[in-house]
Design a protein around this ligand. Sequence first.
Ligand code: COA
Length: 227
Amino acid sequence: MDSSNQTQNFIVRELLESDYTQISAICAKVYPTERPYTDPELAEHHRLFPEGQFVAIHQPTGSVAGVHFTLMIWLAHFHIDDPWDVLTAKGTFADHDPTGHTLYGADLFVDPAYQHHGLGRKLTKAAQQLTCSKKLWRMVGGSRLPGYHKVSKKISADEYVRKVKLGELIDPALTVHLHDGWEPITAIQGYLPHDTESEGWAAVIQWINPTCPPPLNWEISKVPHKK
Ligand SMILES: CC(C)(COP(=O)(O)OP(=O)(O)OC[C@H]1O[C@@H](n2cnc3c(N)ncnc32)[C@H](O)[C@@H]1OP(=O)(O)O)[C@@H](O)C(=O)NCCC(=O)NCCS
């Protein structure tokens, strides 16, 4: 479906202080097992990297409809299976490194009232444009696998990711990311330990900037595991 008509009522802009309360409320709805962002955390993300904090606004009402929070890192300073807590310095974004060549997509969520309107895609495109304008090599993220618990007794998480990639299975998060141009790299355990729907699993996903791809010796497959 062409989502451009559906998204015409929405704009994407930088995070503002007046968004904080609505963002925390949406966060509590979409991640019932996680602690929502606090005002000081959101203020700190904005202070560290304002142009990486995207907010979609429903223009007719002025409501916050969704967010995409990002930070810049050197992926070589991390392990491929590091959890969200490590990649975000416990949610503070204190590890944001303006010299890094990877834009890490720390969070993307859309208010359930506005889901399936193309906003996930619009927010993803905004971050991809930032990746290009900053001449970064790639975006990397950890996609939740909220459909995995339904089949986890039958297939491994890697097999699940493979089947979602082939379109044999649909996952409410990973399928969206794949439709938006991301490539799955590997399944990892413990990314968000409280994510019961995903049983703690996630898929490392990558989007290569076609105008500034990483040099061969920086291939994501060479980023080591923790052990
Ligand atoms: C994942 C999420 C951000 C998607 O946002 P969204 O605005 O509903 O997504 P979009 O409308 O932009 O959809 C993008 C693509 O995914 C497809 N899609 C959306 N929801 C889907 C679903 N449940 N199953 C399969 N495909 C889906 C759309 O059809 C579209 O692809 P297409 O245009 O090629 O058909 C949203 O569902 C969400 O906030 N979920 C809860 C939080 C979360 O898990 N975030 C992801 C963290 S990794």
